[in-house]
Design a protein around this ligand. Sequence first.
Ligand code: UD1
Ligand code: UDP
Length: 394
Amino acid sequence: MTSRKHVLCIVGTRPEGIKMAPVIVALQREPWARVSVLTTAQHRDLLDQVLRFFAIRPDVDLNVMRANQSLPQLTERLIGALNRTFARLTPDVVLAQGDTTTVMTAALVAFYRRIAFGHIEAGLRTHDLHNPFPEEMNRRMAGHLARWHFVPTERSRQNLLDEGVDKAQIHLTGNTVIDSLLQVAAYDHPLALPLDPSKRLILVTAHRRENFGEPFRAICRAIRMLVEKYPDTEVLYPVHPNPNILTVAHDLLGGHPRIHLCGPLDYTAFVEAQKRAYLILTDSGGVQEEAPALGKPVLVLRSETERPEAVDEGVVRLVGTDEVRIVAEASRLLEDAFAYQEVARGVSPYGDGHASERIVAVLRQALCVEPASVSPRDRNEILHATRTTAEVIA
Ligand code: UD1
Ligand code: UDP
């Protein structure tokens, strides 16, 4: 074999850690690959929690996070630090996942330095540049700069084809989040939280920039109204450390006996909380992918989603941030058992747990001379795997 190819895997935030971990592990088994992991630490605490969980030790840590960081300041720090690091490491390939500022800047610096860039979770679009902000711009930019586009669904493949991306550069793999989820969800985990098993659990997460201010306050008011309306419910809300969220969440929701605010949960605990939840309210991308696979109804606290597949399946509903609408939609699911069963069907449009293997197979073929193992049959399996994840977990 010729000399090993240096693949530099980038992780910056919690969801990137969760979604890159199975790819990093799969790459580390490949004899042709020399794998390095670079963390930007755009998220210091949340990412460290995830990297510890997956036993990933970064080779480089850029440590860029600052309290309440602004997007221009974060971008400036990332571009400088990534540029110096790529110059030093001279990787053959840079791989990153998703739509954060870390990913956008890694793609840009790789492009300037003429390093091949692989984009994982490519092709997601709302077609509204300001929603989500700035992620829609981040993923479009990363998409323009990628050599390989690893798309999770047929819909995301079509988005890229519509933008004129060469179909030979698009690879339908499924989403690696399902690879991680299946590893963890197959087992029950203790949850060291003061939950009452006789109550129906409403799990909440929220952190989107476009919801800061009044939309987030309305979300909090809706949560309070719901627990007061339904005495047989309780809320678990692991609060994101962003100060724009943390302070308001504690001001508006703190002190209620059936609203449990806690810090971010480690991945096993959060998956366990999803498994125990009756209903999930979230503006998170990753949770929109995981919860349907676990058969849990999700109300998405956003006006748009780049993940329409589960909405089309009827297992996720987009409800926005209007408190009256949130309470009405949640009430329907809490009161009407038939409506609840319709959305708690256990559908997994985002993958079958083998996305990382497919990504590695594509890279192996591109970077070595061996044939890739993504066959037309594999592709068919992904497209028709909508029930697979729920069945595996059940
Ligand atoms: C970022 C991503 C968003 C992703 C989210 C996942 C961008 C622009 N946004 O949003 O796409 O959905 O991560 O959670 O890339 N903080 C801490 N400790 C941490 C993490 C964050 O204290 O471990 C606080 C800091 O004050 C930091 C702030 O949260 O400045 C915001 O972090 P940032 O990464 O800029 O934005 P997120 O809202 O987390
Ligand atoms: N998650 C976690 N602990 C928590 C909340 C979420 O491990 O307390 C996981 C969740 O299972 C999902 C990911 O974090 O895999 C989602 O991250 P986040 O909502 O921060 O970002 P997004 O997906 O919106 O980019």
